[in-house]
Design a protein around this ligand. Sequence first.
Ligand code: RTP
Ligand code: MG
Length: 156
Amino acid sequence: SSNGSTEEEKTLAMIKPDGVLGNYTERIKMVIVESGFSIIRETITQLDEHRASNFYVEHSSKSFFSGLIKYMTSGPVLVMILKKENAVADWRTLIGPTDAQKAKITHPHSIRAMCGLDSEKNCVHGSDSLESAQREISFFFGEISSGDAVGEHDEL
Ligand code: RTP
Ligand code: MG
């Protein structure tokens, strides 16, 4: 950008109901900060069926969808905007694979290995692309500055 700072990305991170109820919030936040992310916004919210279905609409035809919605509405979630260079990919790497059982074997230092249970109850979410990140940030926090302005209008 024009001020010479590194281009930074924003991604959406979520601690799912099992993570919040299992008291993993502070441990996860510690890993986030130690890994170089800034938490620039955060909110706790309880998803209802409608909002959870909308959030995961890409999976609406999958066999696991009804279980996913039941899980995601089972308690409050903590949603955060994380900022860092390469935030989208780096947060996905830090959380590890979808199946927390596999994560414990193949990615033992990942967040899902630390606090996830199985292929459904995996404790955390991360946007899977820049486009998903923008959609998901808007979903929870409203519109934000577009990508080409990131770094100059980055108070959000
Ligand atoms: P997320 O979107 O939550 O960050 O997870 P992900 O990209 O690693 O995995 P995705 O394929 O997008 O699946 C979304 C969430 O659905 C639940 N799931 N359950 N029972 C199952 O086989 C199954 N498969 C997926 C998980 O909670 C997964 O994170
Ligand atoms: Mg996903």
